[in-house]
Structures are given as C-alpha cells and as structure tokens.
Ligand binder design. Structure first.
Ligand code: ADP
Length: 265
C-alpha cells in the first residue's frame, strides 16, 4: 500500500486542506517486475543463438568454409539456430498479440472427435516407427465452439513435446473424455517426466525443466505458454501431471456446446 500525502493551498498559498491518496501498488509492482523479467529473458534467449551464429560464422570465415566435411556441418548449425530464432520471434509476436487482447479468435462449431483424429493423423504420417500413437477417443460426437487454427496450435505444441520427450519404443496415448459440462482432452507420454517441484512451472514463458537439453531439441520454452493462453481464451483449463522417469500427461478442458441436447450422444 502506498499513501501519498499532499496539501491543498488557496491562491494566496495558505494551506486550506490535506489530501491523502492510498493506493495498492503491489499489483502494479508485480506487473512491472514481470515485464522487466520478460524483457531480460527475451534478450538473453535471443543472445544465445546469436552468439552461436557468430562463432560458427567466424570459424567459417577463418577457413572452415574450405573444409568439405566441416563446412556443411557448421552451415547446418547456423541454419538450425536461425530457424529456432525465427520460431522464437514468431512465438513472441503471438504472445504479445494475445497480451494486447486485440487478437480475434475465429470460433466456429467443430465436432471435436473427428477434428482430433485429423490432427493425430498428421502426426502419424511423420512420426518414426519407434513411437506408437494410441487413440482412446470417445466414439461420441461432441460439438465445441473453437478456433480450429488456434486449437491446432495448442495440440501441435503438446503433441510435439510428447514426441520430443518420448523414448524409443514409447507410446503416446490420446484421450478425450466427456465430463458434465466439458471435454477433458489428454496427451500422455512415457518420457522422462518432470519433477514434482517443476511441473507447475512448465506453462510459464521461457521455462524449461532442462535448458541445455531442450535447446538442443530446438525448443523455445514458449510452446506451452502459448497453449495455456489459447486454452484459456477458449474458457478451458490446462495442467500437467508427471512422474519422473515414468512420463507426462498434459490435460486440458474445453466447454461443450449445446449441453442439454447433446446429453445422449
Ligand atoms: P519447449 O520449446 O522448450 O519444449 P514448452 O513451453 O513447450 O517449451 O515446454 C516447456 C518445458 O516443459 C520444456 O522445456 C520441458 O522441460 C517441459 N516439458 C514439456 N512437455 C514435456 C513432456 N511431454 N515431457 C517432459 N517434459 C516436458
């Protein structure tokens, strides 16, 4: 709480009264602190790939470009880092748009089960044989009011993490369960899991449970933060359950449309 105390004077400078303004600054200060931390995080996150780029380019300029074996490798690294930076800047732009609340969601009526199948199909085409995708989707029909492109992004972020962190021979389970007023969607993997004290943090911007590892895997630390914003913009909730060494499940809810009429389906 901050109290500002000032005097009120008349035109002859005689004090005629006092004003005390009491304001709650804790929230304001919290927002300001978060903003400062965010800017510092962004700068740091962008500096890392840029320094990598600089050193590889320096090595190439100093003669590595003539080495037929090394040159393609170094160019590969610069390409990957550039791609990652582009992804990061795109993610940041998207988050900043969402912060400004001036992004329009284009919601429409979507039958969720068929929609989810299509998304999994796309991953099934690209995933290696070492990972099994298992669908445990309800056979009913459930209409949800959503922005298909944005919800695809939510699912893409969750599923690509599950694939990224899955071991060879791992299974990823997709579930949709009907709850009273909403659908419960979950993606479960058998990967390395996240420790108890870190699991609630993974939806924070730039948070990575294992920095070096995720950077190597091309992560930006923004995927789940975006997923959270988007799920909440659809009036749902998102959370994670995880056991170290056993695997992780990301779950989210989406409110059902036309509840009463759909009770039998
Ligand atoms: P990233 O681009 O680093 O994957 P995300 O926001 O998508 O960023 O995820 C944040 C962090 O949460 C990851 O760096 C990782 O540490 C952890 N994480 C997310 N999904 C999983 C998962 N399925 N298994 C284990 N850890 C995960």
């Amino acid at each position: 709480i901050r109290a500002n105390f000032s005097t009120v004077s008349d035109y002859e400078d005689d004090i005629t009264g006092f004003i005390t303004v009491i304001s709650d600054v804790t929230e304001q200060e919290k927002v300001e602190k978060e903003r400062r931390e965010f800017v510092s995080n962004v700068s740091h996150e962008l500096r890392t790939p840029l320094t990598t780029l600089r050193s590889y380019l320096e090595a190439l300029t100093d003669g590595a470009w003539q080495d037929k074996e090394i040159a393609p490798k170094f160019l590969g690294v610069t390409q990957n880092e550039t791609e990652r930076m582009i992804r990061m800047v795109n993610d940041l732009l998207q988050l900043s748009k969402m912060d400004n609340k001036n992004y329009g969601l284009h919601k429409e009526k979507v039958e969720f089960i068929a929609y989810f199948h299509q998304i999994i199909d796309r991953f099934e085409m690209n995933v290696t044989e070492k990972i099994t995708l298992k669908r445990e989707l309800s056979s009913g029909k459930y209409n949800v009011w959503l922005d298909p492109d944005k919800m695809t992004q939510v699912l893409d972020n969750i599923i690509s993490n599950a694939i990224k962190y899955s071991p060879n021979g791992g299974t990823i389970r997709f579930k949709v369960e009907r709850e009273k007023y909403s659908l419960l969607v979950s993606v479960q993997d058998e990967g390395l899991g996240i420790s108890y004290d870190k699991v609630h943090k993974i939806f924070e911007r730039f948070y990575r449970a294992d920095k070096a590892r995720t950077r190597k895997l091309g992560g930006t630390g923004l995927g789940l933060a975006i997923a959270k914003e988007l799920v909440e913009a659809h009036h749902g909730k998102i959370w994670a359950e995880s056991k170290e060494g056993k695997g992780t499940t990301i779950l989210f809810t989406l409110p059902l449309m036309n509840q009463k009429r759909r009770d039998t389906t």
